[in-house]
Write a protein that binds this ligand. Structure first.
Ligand code: ARG
Length: 456
């Protein structure tokens, strides 16, 4: 008979036990469940609810149970439903009636909320560390290649010349916002729900502040009904992970393009690619493609959690047990991405000459000519039109923009002077973009120095 079986006269059907178990996935919460129970019984003894010796016996048995689970020497059985029941019943198996005091003043509803918060708090710290490693890999690659130029794209068309380092550092910004979002979400995770009971608190004189301090939480939850029903903290986390996954998916798409024969800007190390079972020449950027695919999975987790909660009346409903499948999958996926990407970036080879060759198309400097005209006092719209006509003239006369004489240029740009013929050098074009945040050598060096300092 189950631990809650007092009012039941028959056992759960096997199909139902299989349908309702969560041990197969919530067993990963065992450490946090044990930490929570150890703090809880310490408080129970302190508040005079259970004897001191009982609390000590329970606390030390819980550590032994943890060691057994660590060592793989613990039997799981779906008739015990979840990790909370497994640990409680192991405790009762060893300590008998004394062990049966552990659940005083507690419900699995507030217990699972506590475990999840403890678990996610740890995961957030790991995720932030992973993001910092990822940023470091990108900054290191940028710092090692400060003068590599490439075409920058809008609409996936050649737009203007940029530094390769600048392109990488754009992702460093994204991952910084991801880390900020996680740190912000952590504040809402870091609130202690135990003492909410099933939904209404407890008649026992529990000392919630003691548990809060013992487990290093910022504060206790203010409302017991919210305490057991709330999963906002998990939704926020998975939402932050969805944005992170989207960022990695965009990076992956850039890398996939850059690895293609058409671009040929970089080569990923063999260790991060796979071959074709049919075509002997193939080397495919599968890791990047999988990241685009796994991003869909993280979105799915977010969608599942939002949908799971939208129709739930207060307070706890068993639907919430399904939250863990989505949460764990999103966290695991993010951690896998964070394990694979830093070394993939670190080992990536640049094909600097190909990037430069693509960046020497003089059409990339058309905006520079228009801005030169603005410097000479020509209104921008007029300048834009003149350079547009010049591009058209070149196309019609089968010439690149830097293959005209000054006189030919003056047909469409009457203000043009000798200096205009020197505006087609891609390095000069980059060098002139000195604004903060621009792709010039100086502001990019400033960005690199900023990140090197921040990520020390
Ligand atoms: N395993 C459940 C969950 O993950 C917690 C148990 C609450 N169950 C209950 N019947 N009150 O949400």
């Amino acid at each position: 008979m189950a631990l809650w079986g007092g009012r039941f006269s028959s056992d759960t059907r096997d199909e139902v036990a299989r349908y309702s178990e969560s041990i197969s996935f919530d067993k990963r919460l065992y450490k946090h469940d044990i930490d929570g129970s150890r703090a809880h019984v310490k408080m129970l003894a302190h508040a005079g609810i259970i004897p001191q010796e009982t609390a000590e016996a329970i606390r030390s048995e819980l550590l032994k149970i943890r060691d057994r689970i660590d060592a793989g020497d613990f039997k799981y059985d779906i008739s015990l439903e979840d990790i909370h029941m497994h640990i409680e019943s192991a405790l009762i198996g060893i300590l008998g009636a004394e062990g049966a005091r552990v659940h005083s003043g507690r419900s699995r509803n507030d217990q699972v909320a506590l475990d999840l918060r403890l678990y996610l708090r740890d995961e957030i710290d790991l995720l932030i560390e992973g993001l910092r490693r990822f940023q470091k890999a990108l900054v290191t690659m940028a710092a090692a290649n400060p003068r590599v130029i490439m075409p920058g794209f809008t609409h996936l068309q050649h737009a203007q010349v940029v530094l390769f380092a600048h392109h990488l550092l754009a992702y460093v910004e994204m991952f910084d916002r991801d880390a900020e979002r996680l740190a912000d979400c952590r504040k809402r995770v870091n609130v202690m729900p135990l003492g909410s009971g099933a939904l209404a608190g407890s008649t026992l004189p529990l000392d919630r502040e003691l548990v809060c301090k013992e487990l290093n939480f910022e504060r206790v939850t203010r409302n017991s009904m919210d305490g057991v029903a709330d999963r906002d903290f998990a939704i926020e986390l998975v939402s932050a992970l969805a944005v992170f996954a989207m960022h990695t998916s965009r990076l992956s798409e850039d890398l996939i393009l850059w690895c293609s024969q058409e671009f040929d800007f970089v080569e990923l190390d063999d260790a991060f690619c796979t071959g074709s079972s049919l075509m002997p020449q193939k080397k495919n950027p599968d890791v990047c493609e999988l990241t685009r695919g796994k991003t869909a999975r993280v979105y799915g987790a977010l969608s599942a959690l939002l949908t799971l909660c939208k129709g739930l009346p207060l307070t706890y409903n068993r639907d919430l047990q399904e939250d863990k499948i989505a949460i764990f999958d999103a966290v695991d996926t993010a951690e896998q991405i964070l394990a694979v990407y830093p070394p993939m970036i670190e080992t990536m080879k640049l094909k600097e000459e190909n990037m430069r060759k693509a960046a020497t198309d003089p059409a990339l400097m058309a905006t520079d000519i228009a801005e030169k005209l603005v410097e000479l006092g020509v209104p921008f719209r007029t300048a834009h039109h003149r350079v547009g006509s010049f591009v058209k003239w070149c196309k019609e006369n089968n010439r690149l923009l830097n293959e005209t004489t000054l006189e030919e240029m003056q047909i469409t740009i009457p203000e043009a002077t000798e200096v205009f013929l020197t505006l087609f050098d891609p390095d000069n074009s980059v060098a002139k973009r000195k604004l903060t945040g621009g792709t010039g050598f100086d502001p990019v060096a400033d960005q690199i120095a900023y990140w090197q300092d921040r990520l020390k």
